[in-house]
Design a protein around this ligand. Structure first.
Ligand SMILES: *Cc1c(COP(=O)(O)O)cnc(C)c1O
Length: 244
């Protein structure tokens, strides 16, 4: 078993145990493997261990990996954009990704909808919400969320699925859970306003239990699967046994 396969099994066990503890169905929480800074070979190792959904922060880095994996004949993988996207890169997201978690501006939403190729299903999107109101943080302010959500929901080639958040690291479980619960409340408000949204993208390696307790449906996990990332972007994370 590769290090990655065993890490993946441990993360899946954490999700499963947490679902049991909080009375949730195990299949109500999906695992997004965050492969930023990891090599294409590392992604292939995770795919060999059954992982299909991968999250990337940098569009160009993701495109290089997607192309390499295609050349290797890797199984069909589902790519999720989880980083900020400038307007000159929206076409790449529209053409190569299944999900976009970090939508926060209407101009970007319009471009993504216009550029989504007709042969693909609508791009699945979450609005990033700045739940803990960090001054330097990305994400829509909660007060502006409802208007943006209804605008995005009207775009023909996007499917608004829900919310995403990245709160500041919390000192303990209860504090983390309370912050995630604010995103859960905001999702409820969107539902009550008539939107068919069902997704909360929240929780990372360190706080996925608190996020699941507050209703997360996608946990985005990087270092618990691939090991600690180098400070500067560099290829390769946990080397697999017999890596090429
Ligand atoms: C890097 C990253 C993750 C994964 O973080 P880990 O702590 O390594 O699990 C999740 N979400 C986003 C948006 C990230 O940038």
């Amino acid at each position: 078993m590769t290090a990655i396969a065993s890490n993946l099994a441990q993360v899946r066990a954490r999700i499963h145990q947490c679902c049991q503890r909080f009375g949730r169905a195990s299949d109500s929480v999906a695992l997004l493997a965050v492969s930023k800074t990891c090599s294409a070979q590392t992604v292939l190792d995770a795919a060999a261990a059954g992982q299909r959904a991968f999250g990337e922060n940098y569009v160009q880095e993701a495109l290089d990996k997607i192309e390499q994996l295609r050349r290797w004949g890797a199984p069909d993988l589902q790519w999720h954009c989880i980083g900020p996207v400038q307007s000159n890169k929206t076409r790449w997201v529209a053409e190569s990704f299944a999900w976009m978690h970090t939508l926060e501006r209407s101009k970007i939403a319009q471009r993504l909808s216009e550029q989504r190729p007709a042969h693909l299903p609508p791009l699945q999107v979450c609005l990033q919400v700045n739940v803990d109101a960090g001054p330097n943080k990305s994400g829509v302010a909660p007060a502006a969320l409802l208007a943006l959500a209804h605008e995005v929901a009207r775009l023909p080639r996007l499917q608004l699925r829900g919310l995403m958040c990245i709160p500041e690291p919390a000192p303990d479980f209860d504090t983390a859970r309370a912050t995630f619960a604010q995103a859960q409340q905001l999702l409820l408000q969107l539902q009550q306003s008539g939107l068919a949204v069902d997704t909360l993208s929240m929780g990372m390696s360190a706080d996925l239990e608190a996020a699941i307790a507050a209703g997360s449906t996608w946990v985005r996990v990087g270092s618990a699967i691939f090991g600690a990332r180098p400070a500067a972007a560099a290829p390769g994370c946990v080397p697999s046994l017999g890596a090429r």
